[in-house]
Write a new protein. Structure first.
Length: 246
């Protein structure tokens, strides 16, 4: 199966975003509100909400914040007028970028995102202009340790319906279809394995390398997008350079 880590670029992006923005609580809170709004406030019956709460607790979001976010999502408290908006665009050298946002004012957010693209050498595209370059998949990461038998973990994942399994330097990477992501995740957890990362995301079908000059422009564009309060996720098809992997 796959020997190249599909998670590497995303992992780098997420760690960089969380450190730079310093607003991870806002993102986690919006994730909980959205999940509760879509599937109700009971995490036992709403797997997306359960995952959002687990991620929030792992990042030390206070429990009162979690409960308040759930109530906003279910309508018990006001302020849950959030809409999901997806923007597609191009960066330096025609790089493909997808931006997922949660906003209470689509006009404001659209204007801000367009301004960021224009100011940093990019441009917004029409709906569907770059999504065809990506696959929507579930990614589950299990960190390696001496007690894990690779073949046994692979069997658990594949039996549960995993699409791909690979062993990287420090972790095992499991790829699923979005439709059975939760089923595979729960099977791995029930088998006693500790999952370090798990989410449904967008993976580029192919990545491209940029010149040092274009790479610098690209990073500035991505940084500014991720600094926007309404932006939840940014996906791209650029190969992250080794010196930036931290």
């Amino acid at each position: 199966m796959s020997g190249h880590s599909k998670w590497a670029n995303i992992k780098h992006k997420k760690e960089k975003m969380d450190a730079k923005k310093g607003r991870i609580f806002t993102k986690l809170t919006k994730d909980i509100i959205k999940a509760a709004k879509e599937g109700g406030g009971d995490p036992n019956a709403n797997s997306k909400l359960r995952d959002a709460i687990e991620k929030a607790k792992a990042n030390n979001l206070p429990n009162e914040n979690i409960q308040r976010a759930i109530k906003k999502g279910t309508g018990e408290l006001g302020g849950a007028n959030l809409e999901e908006v997806i923007y597609e665009g191009y960066g330096p050298s025609g790089t493909a970028i997808i931006v997922e946002a949660l906003t209470d004012n689509k006009n404001r957010t659209a204007g801000e995102i367009r301004h960021i693209f224009d100011r940093h050498g990019g441009s917004l595209g029409a709906a569907g202009s770059v999504t065809w370059m990506f696959d929507k998949v579930g990614i589950i990461i299990v960190e390696k340790n001496d007690s894990i038998d690779e073949d046994e973990l692979a069997m658990v994942a594949i039996d549960a319906g995993a699409q791909d399994f690979s062993a990287e330097d420090e972790e095992f990477e499991i790829i699923t279809e979005p439709s059975n992501f939760q089923e595979v995740k729960e099977a791995i957890e029930k088998a006693g394995y500790k999952i370090s990362e798990a989410e449904v995301t967008m993976l580029p079908k192919n990545t491209i390398q940029l010149s040092p000059e274009d790479y610098e422009k690209f990073e500035k564009l991505i940084d500014k997008l991720e600094e926007n309060d309404d932006v939840q996720n940014v996906y791209h098809n650029v190969e992250i350079e080794d010196e930036d992997e931290e």
